[in-house]
Design a protein around this ligand. Sequence first.
Ligand code: NAP
Length: 291
Amino acid sequence: VSVTLSGRELAAQIRAETAERAAGLTAAGRQPRLAVVTATADQASVWYVRTLARAADRAGIACDVTDLVPARPDRPESQDATVEGIRVALIALSENPLIHGIVLQTPLPGGARLADLAGDIDPAKDVDGANPVSLGRLMTGLPAFAPATAEAVLALLDFHQVALSGRRAVVVGRSAVVGKPVAQLLLARDATVTVCHSRTVDLAAVTRTAEVLVVAVGRAGLVGPAFVAPGAVVVDVGTNATAEGGLAGDVDPAVAEVAGALSPVPGGVGPVTTAVLLRHVVSAAASPSLS
Ligand code: NAP
């Protein structure tokens, strides 16, 4: 039976520190302010933005939602935002000195790529590490905001005192928002990192070499007990909606019988991600340039 890598206590700790820093900035006449841009009427995204705005409010961070979509299910005649409309909004927010952090919410309208559009977010305000410049800076060791989810994985490992230096880490998934930045952050911490993806041959053989295994694919239960070496530390980033309206990870819960430690879904990486994002907003407000 493995240790549970819960994210709730860590998230509460980050939120408390963030709220304290936000209060200090507000008292100095500089309330941290996050802008969230939504470009489609995707229901999961609408729910997430509401959750984020509430969390920001509780931390004393102002949150402006720029809704570029007049479309809602009850107003079916309206349409998704245009790429040009999104770019204009991101440029205006980047230039607005009252805004400290900018998040462009996904999914984007058909055909639009986050990596293209997020290039218009000032890297100093890119609190979810979406601008390709942020990922490039991260890779070269320059100050940058990492995507909140990727940083949350590392924060969770640190909180539970998982050693990384010299250890064999395997990341499953190579997206620019999770897999690649997680691999980069592990490398920066002196782990020996392997990255797997949909073309990896004999995935289980590779993941069994991991002392630390991070899974970010988006397929419920993909990683079963046969994928995990006895005693390995497993972080499950996956969030898959279940038919019952719940949330399932990418890792089969039966892995707990093999692993030394396993993060739960929900209650693992998820709550830490939101807390890290808000911490980034406060950091951006405290020092508005990436020196
Ligand atoms: P994504 O952009 O769809 O990327 C998925 C990655 O998984 C791709 O690199 C893909 O490989 C790889 N993959 C797909 N099928 C595979 C298979 N059978 N074997 C091995 N690799 C496979 O997804 P994402 O945005 O990175 O998100 C991944 C998961 O994390 C999702 O469940 C998402 O909901 C969740 N997530 C959670 C949080 C949080 O806060 N907890 C935040 C963000 C995302 P290819 O590159 O070869 O296609």
